[in-house]
Write a protein that binds this ligand. Structure first.
Ligand code: ADP
Length: 634
């Protein structure tokens, strides 16, 4: 256990609260007992001496039971000096000093001859003292049982109070208890474990230099960094970077998230903030990592804020006060991670708080390649996997997605009873991620004719993309996944942000090629091209209306012209021109497909046999390799 896990102040507070709760329960019990005592002594004081004498030790009489007839005889013989009645129990003392008891016989409802109703007159005529008493006629063990019942009754009546007190103590101390699980750890992660994110690493290296040697910076009056905001999409390594910073500086690492501070109890959130910083100072050098920091929210203006909002304001204020309170040598740095920097309270981004903001971005193709290599290295993978091709296909995936993808590929391999992860399994896993699902149930209802149509459709996309150089055709599959019946992966040659006109025209032709291939092979098209046509129409209208490739708009961009100035005539000519662009692309596409029809058919047949074609085999068939050559790579 490191020093950060010991918080004497916190422990003493929890113990005090527990002791207070126990004391309250004990005091309530004591109060109840004293009240009962007082009530019975008051009642006792109002009784006559004869009754008091009988009630003091009724066992003396009860220990000598007699028949009712014997009692009646003694009364008639005037041998009785005192009689005490409690319901059907009668205790009596004789002139000889005997102490006896009996039970009166109930002779029934309305009975006039029972002894009980005559005792009053008999006491006068036969000269004995008569009194009523209130005794417990049960045996000692019966009484013990009753005492236990009483205690249970008292406890039951105190249970609700106990529960309320217990709940109060639990929720008040929960923040502190919760913190026990938020112990500072000492991560081993280093910056070299974080692939890419160079900009973020550069900024964090400066922070690391401060943390490693705060005295050096303090000596020249340099202000220590207080907070760093890491902004970027989920899974881009924000947590990993923060851990790497801690690892590099051998600092402690405490991780919480924005919602950690919110509490249903007034004031508990603020004490959580205080405790977090106390803990961090005790564990310094220390990194406090607050994930989803935007979850803390923004402050609302003082007069409009009520209830929860006021509490939220106080939490944010406390956080700012704690950060302002760092001294140059304190060596605690707060790292906040968010995907929505716009939701952060402005005051948090001011100098002296989160004064450094760093963006993490999705990885580039070489970074994805390095990530795949890293994660494939962690599982048992086949040798010779084309990691570069996989990385090109994985465009738009975050490092976390890539880690997940490799993990899922390993699971697929295990489920299939394979001893290592093949390239095909990685591709399958990629498809599951990108197309949003496993192989869909549609597969079982697809007829051979439809499958043939899908094979030609996908082969059309692949062939035109290859011939018109729209990108690198990585893989073609006719296995339905998610909403897609088939898929052709075409990766861009590079990921530079600009797209040339020729590249866009080639992409247009590629998008239309599925439908065109269906027309060539079957003489008619199907609804399977709906999504292709939608995307092609979007691209064509953007090319004319926004990218400056058309005559109607020329250099004007639709996005920059007020809507009211775009009349029906302008809209019509824009759509006419976009349509012309699509038709030109269609002509180009048909030319390619008719010219290379043999390749189209070869690929479609190959797909019908194998479902998926990729790698060298795909390249060969797209480049028009003969059957013998293809057989060699089979
Ligand atoms: P974020 O905090 O941005 O949501 P994480 O840091 O939690 O992302 O990343 C989740 C997982 O993804 C990490 O545990 C790690 O396995 C992997 N990962 C993320 N970024 C990288 C990276 N740059 N290099 C290597 N692995 C990464």
């Amino acid at each position: 256990m490191d020093s950060a896990s010991k918080q004497p102040g916190t422990d003493v507070r929890i113990k005090l609260m527990k002791a207070a709760a126990v004391l309250m329960v004990c005091l309530s019990l004591l109060g109840l007992v004293l009240l009962q005592e007082r009530a019975s002594s008051e009642a006792q004081a109002r009784k006559n001496p004869t009754a008091q004498a009988f009630e003091k030790a009724p066992e003396t009489w009860l220990a000598n039971p007699k028949e009712a007839s014997e009692f009646e005889r003694a009364v008639s013989a005037k041998e009785v000096t005192a009689v005490a009645v409690d319901g059907i129990h009668v205790l009596y003392t004789t002139r000889q000093g005997g102490h006896f008891s009996t039970r009166l016989i109930d002779c029934g409802l309305g009975c006039k001859n029972d002894l009980a109703s005559h005792l009053g007159s008999l006491s006068v005529t036969n000269g004995f003292a008569l009194t009523s008493i209130d005794i417990d006629a049960r045996t000692a063990s019966q009484k013990a049982t009753q005492a236990l019942d009483k205690v249970a009754g008292v406890l039951a009546s105190l249970l609700p109070i106990g529960l309320i007190i217990g709940a109060f103590v639990y929720f008040q101390t929960r923040g502190s208890m919760g913190n026990r699980t938020k112990l500072a750890e000492k991560p081993d992660t280093q910056f070299k474990d974080v692939i890419g994110a160079e900009e973020a690493k550069k900024a964090l290296r400066r922070v690391a230099a401060f943390m490693k040697d705060p005295e050096q910076y303090a000596a020249v009056g340099a202000r220590a960094p207080r907070g760093v905001l890491l902004e970027g999409p989920p899974g881009t390594g924000k947590t990993l970077l923060a851990k790497a910073l801690a690892g590099e500086c051998r600092a402690s690492f405490i991780s919480v998230d924005g919602s950690y501070f919110s509490s249903m109890f007034y004031g508990a959130g603020i004490s959580k903030v205080k405790e977090l910083f106390t803990r961090a100072r005790a564990a310094a050098p220390c990194i406090i990592f607050i994930d989803e920091i935007d979850g803390i929210g923004k402050r609302s203006s003082g007069k409009d804020a009520h209830g929860g909002e006021q509490e939220q304001n106080r939490i944010i204020n406390r956080l700012l006060v704690e950060m302002d309170g760092f001294s140059a040598l304190e060596n605690v740095v707060v790292i906040g991670a968010t995907n929505h920097i716009e939701n952060l309270d402005e005051a948090m981004c001011r100098p002296g708080r989160f004064d450094l903001s760093v963006r993490t971005a999705l990885p580039t193709a070489p970074e994805r390649e390095a990530l795949f290599s890293l994660y494939l290295g962690n599982v048992k993978a086949d040798k010779g996997i084309d990691v570069a091709s996989i990385a090109r296909t994985a465009m738009g995936m975050s490092p976390a997605d890539i880690a997940n993808c490799v993990n899922r590929a390993a699971a697929y391999a295990a489920e299939a009873g394979e001893s290592s992860v093949s390239q095909e399994r990685v591709y399958q896993s990629l498809e599951t991620h990108q197309l949003g699902g496993e192989v869909s149930a549609t597969k079982s209802i697809i007829t051979p004719e439809t499958l043939r149509r899908i094979a030609f459709h996908e082969s059309g996309h692949a062939l035109v993309a290859h011939v018109l150089n729209a990108g690198i055709v990585e893989r073609v599959s006719i296995e339905p996944r998610g909403p897609a019946l088939g898929v052709t992966y075409v990766a861009r040659h590079n990921e530079e942000p600009l797209h040339g006109e020729q590249e866009l025209l080639s992409r247009l032709a590629m998008m239309l090629a599925g439908r065109e291939a269906e027309l060539i092979a079957f003489g008619n098209a199907s609804s399977g091209a709906a999504d292709d046509l939608k995307r092609a129409s979007e691209l064509a209208t953007s090319m004319i209306g926004s990218y400056g490739f058309g005559k109607t708009f020329g250099l004007l961009s639709m996005a920059g012209v007020p809507r009211e100035l775009i009349g029906p005539d302008v809209q019509k000519s824009l759509l006419d021109e976009a349509r012309q662009l699509l038709e030109n692309a269609q002509v180009e596409c048909r030319r390619v497909l008719e010219e290379k029809r043999d390749r189209l058919t070869s690929l479609a047949e190959l797909l019908l046999g194998q479902e998926t074609v990729s790698g060298v085999r795909l390249k060969r068939v797209l480049s028009g390799a003969g059957d013998e050559e293809l057989a060699l790579v089979a």
